[in-house]
Design a binder for this molecule. Structure first.
Ligand SMILES: Nc1nc2c(c(=O)[nH]1)N[C@H]1C(S)=C(S)[C@@H](COP(=O)(O)OP(=O)(O)OC[C@H]3O[C@@H](n4cnc5c(N)ncnc54)[C@H](O)[C@@H]3O)O[C@H]1N2
Ligand code: MOO
Length: 469
């Protein structure tokens, strides 16, 4: 139940849970009947009137605040078509910014500048096998006096024709060396080295087992392009050039705002409660897209609390869940209006995930996801992925697969259909109610079904799921 205001009236927002229960009951078949309508739970138009001019007649704090609040702007407009909404999201991303990170923190980051080597790779000629560096056809004079001129710390000796020097894998070869004779292909007697058998002959005649300087790269070679994702071998390659840190695209700092009085974060939900689906899953999706959740706000069905959470400092992007609807228990749109946000995408012409929105505040963007779990995660993939991809450089491109079955279209909206893949053939999964998760949990891709539908055997666009790597 809501707490009474100072006036003793039970105010809208504080009485949201009973209304929620009634709503869940209607949608999901859970128990609950419409709760007694609280005094301030008026139809939206009347609520707006009260907010603007009347307030609570008893003069309690909530009423006074409502009287002085700026009039809410109306944030209702037509849903934006699939391609246009995604293009708007991409163009909303701020220009890329870079930061330097040590190699140890570079895994998965996106290179901001090309990797150019200043040194040859390898930067000296070295032995590829344990054995002897040799010059000439052999036999070879071996001994300490073979490793002579030019030798010394950091310098390889110089070999004369007919000379050999013992060498280990990775060691600099002496100048003049023409091959490395493997240990197992030579024998030494009385200070003279001979090659043994076919292997030895091949090693010497084939001038084998010397890795020349610069074989992999010359100074000034571009080894990786800007935009490359730093995998373990790419980090190792950077280390080989002598780099200790790399310039990478900055990640996006995200505040997650989870709305809903009925949402519980742990344990088995009680009657009318809903176990949170997003607290763990959404940060994981964002991580894959180049974002880090740096703050989590749990807010009830309350406009003021939602507005305050939208404005908390130190972040680049706010991601809200739930409350995107237009009922008396949904406050995201009104909170955005109260915070002075401009809606870039008020909703998308997609099913599910239609209420997904994108808004701009002076110092941040706001991605609003619907509360229904499948709708939210598909909204994140549909609108969040292109936004974050443009922002962080992480790849979110689509691919073309083949529809195994006919995929019916829907007038005026694009269908997002989770599917499994066998080769290039995609089959929709079961359990695709917008409040469900079982289908998405089994899916490999999300098919993008245009309003005209797709016939069996025809190509269809597919979105990668950020968590399938
Ligand atoms: N009259 C209309 N009603 C609805 C419409 C419509 O066009 N007209 N659209 C429907 C669609 S589509 C969607 S999607 C939802 C969007 O609703 P909200 O974004 O306002 O989400 P809520 O009402 O807050 O919650 C919906 C549903 O999701 C559950 N939820 C919320 N948060 C979580 C969470 N963290 N973890 C798991 N589940 C969560 C919540 O309990 C509700 O069951 O509106 C339709 N209605
Ligand atoms: O976004 Mo809603 O169905 O489309 O749940």
């Amino acid at each position: 139940m809501g707490r009474p205001g100072a006036c003793g009236t039970r105010h809208r927002g504080r009485t949201a849970r009973p209304r929620r229960r009634a709503r869940r009951g209607r949608r999901g078949g859970a128990r609950g009947r419409p709760a007694r309508r609280p005094r301030h739970d008026l139809p939206r138009g009347l609520r707006r009137g009260r907010r603007r001019g009347v307030g609570c007649r008893s003069g309690c704090r909530r009423g006074r605040r409502a009287r002085t609040a700026a009039p809410a702007r109306r944030l209702v407009s037509a849903p934006v078509a699939w391609a246009e909404a995604r293009a708007l999201a991409r163009s909303a991303a701020p220009p890329p910014r870079a930061e330097r990170v040590p190699l140890a923190s570079a895994l998965g980051r996106v290179l901001a500048d090309p990797l150019v080597t200043a040194i040859p790779l390898p930067h000296f000629a070295s032995a590829a096998m344990d054995g002897w560096a040799v010059r000439g056809a052999g036999p070879w004079r071996l001994g300490e006096d073979a490793a002579v001129e030019g030798g010394g710390p950091g310098h390889a000796p110089v070999l004369a024709a007919g000379e050999a020097v013992e060498i280990v894998t990775g060691a600099p070869v002496p100048d003049g060396a023409e091959a490395v004779l493997r240990a197992e292909a030579g024998s030494v007697a009385d200070g003279v080295l001979q090659s043994v058998g076919e292997t030895g002959r091949h090693d010497v005649e084939g001038r084998r087992h010397i890795r020349p300087a610069g074989a992999e790269a010359a100074p000034g070679d571009r080894l990786l392009e800007a935009g490359a994702v730093l995998t373990p071998p790419r980090i190792a390659l950077a280390a080989a050039t002598g780099a200790d840190a790399l310039a990478v695209r900055r990640r996006v700092r995200v505040a997650l705002v989870l709305t809903g009085d009925e949402v519980v974060e742990a344990g088995v939900p009680g009657p009318g409660q809903v176990r949170d689906s997003f607290r763990v899953a959404i940060p994981a999706v964002l991580r894959a897209l180049g974002g880090d959740v740096v703050a989590v706000h749990r807010v009830g069905d309350d406009e003021d609390a939602t507005r305050v959470a939208l404005s908390a400092g130190g972040i680049d992007l706010v991601l809200t869940t739930g409350g995107t609807g237009r009922s008396s228990a949904d406050h995201v749109r009104a909170a955005l209006a109260a915070a002075g946000a401009a809606l870039l995408v008020p909703g998308m012409a997609i099913r599910p995930g239609g209420p997904t929105l994108l808004a701009r505040m002076p110092d941040r963007l706001v991605l609003g996801l619907p509360g229904n779990p499948l709708a939210a995660l598909l909204g994140l993939v549909a609108l969040g992925a292109p936004l974050l991809s443009a922002w962080t450089g992480v790849d979110a491109s689509t691919r073309t697969v083949v529809a195994a079955n006919t995929l019916p279209g829907r007038a005026r909206s694009t269908g997002l259909v989770p599917a499994t893949l066998a080769g290039a053939e995609a089959t929709p999964v079961a359990h695709l109610g917008s409040g469900m998760l079982r289908g998405l949990a089994a899916a490999d891709v999300v098919l993008v079904v245009p309003p005209a539908g797709v016939a069996a055997g025809e190509p269809v666009e597919a979105l990668a799921l950020p968590w399938t790597g």
